[in-house]
Design a binder for this molecule. Structure first.
Ligand SMILES: NC(=O)c1ccc[n+]([C@@H]2O[C@H](COP(=O)([O-])OP(=O)(O)OC[C@H]3O[C@@H](n4cnc5c(N)ncnc54)[C@H](O)[C@@H]3O)[C@@H](O)[C@H]2O)c1
Length: 282
């Protein structure tokens, strides 16, 4: 991958899933990787895979929901490497359910990790990137932030907020030569459901089906994200159906939102969404 900054990357949520695959793709090109996570056992596996792939991996235990730990993480990698070329704010969790069924604690947890975790990452790394003359930040959001599927407001809300934050930073950080990309994948099979807190039978079944049928894997998504970095693209919607949804939302926003309104009012709406999920169409 052509990259104009230092080939050093800090990836949060790098122990598993998309984060691990981003590390492995970069390791194959000899990058130095900061493997940031709270799951130390899986992080160690990522580190071994990184070394085997030809990169250099260093684990840093950090809960992205804690601003002090994230600041310490940034200090550590700038002190060790001198420069951090790429930051991937990828760590995330899933919380879903109808608005009256999700507890305030679960709302706080997902906002702390999925939204504030990204804010803390940007706050901690931007000063060092400005000082070194530039860098690239990838924020991993989701198509959930665009499509607003019913019964998963917590997840959708945090991901929509990450898109808004990234849109702002794309312009705000440009004078410092810091590029920003926001990635919005649709469903893919990772470990996300293992730590999910889902209070809706519909959403549980939906993810069971979509994860089983997903056509793109975590390595595919990682490749798409790194291509977007190389090309300095802002929006990365990796799957073809994600691109279709994104185009529809931009061309006909009112109709797009009302499509979900009618799907949920109509008694065959949920079975129809589930049918799409079972056939790998979402
Ligand atoms: N899997 C999907 O269908 C999908 C679709 C779109 C977007 N995403 C997003 O992609 C990102 C990566 O998810 P994934 O699917 O690879 O899931 P995953 O569960 O396989 O990986 C998530 C990683 O984040 C780590 N993590 C969780 N909370 C953390 C915290 N507080 N501090 C540090 N690390 C933490 C986990 O330990 C894990 O290693 C998430 O932001 C997720 O919302 C996933």
């Amino acid at each position: 991958m052509r990259f104009k900054y230092e080939k050093t990357a800090v990836v949060t949520g790098a122990a598993l899933g998309i984060g691990r695959e981003i590390c492995l793709a970069l390791a194959a090109e000899g990058w130095k990787l900061g493997i940031v996570d709270i799951n130390m056992e899986a992080a160690e596996e990522t580190r071994e895979l990184v070394e085997r792939a030809g990169g250099v991996g260093e684990i840093f235990r950090c809960d992205v929901a804690d601003p002090e730990q994230v600041a310490a993480c940034a200090d550590h990698f700038f002190a060790t490497w001198g420069k951090v070329g790429l930051l991937v704010n990828n760590a995330g969790v899933m919380v879903a359910g109808c608005i009256e069924d999700v507890s305030v604690e679960d709302w706080r947890r997902i906002v702390d990790i999925n939204l504030l975790g990204v804010v803390y990452g940007c706050r901690a790394f931007v000063p060092g990137m400005k000082k070194q003359g530039g860098g690239h930040i990838v924020n991993v959001a989701s198509m959930a932030g665009v499509t607003a599927l019913f019964e998963q407001a917590p997840y959708n809300t945090t991901k929509a907020a990450v898109i808004g934050l990234s849109e702002t930073l794309r312009a705000e950080l440009s004078p410092g030569n810091i590029r920003v990309t926001v990635a919005c994948p649709l469903c893919l099979n990772t470990h996300l459901m293992e730590t999910a807190c889902i209070n809706s039978d519909f959403i549980s079944e939906f993810y069971c089906n979509t994860f089983a049928q997903a056509r793109m894997s975590a390595p595919d998504i990682a490749r798409c994200i790194l291509k977007a970095v190389e090309k300095n693209r802002f929006y990365e919607m990796p799957q073809p159906f994600a691109k279709v949804l994104w185009l529809n939302k931009r061309l006909t926003p009112e109709q797009f939102v009302n499509m979900f309104y009618w799907l949920n009012r109509w008694s065959l709406g949920k079975p129809f969404v589930m049918w799409l999920a079972r056939h790998g169409m979402v």
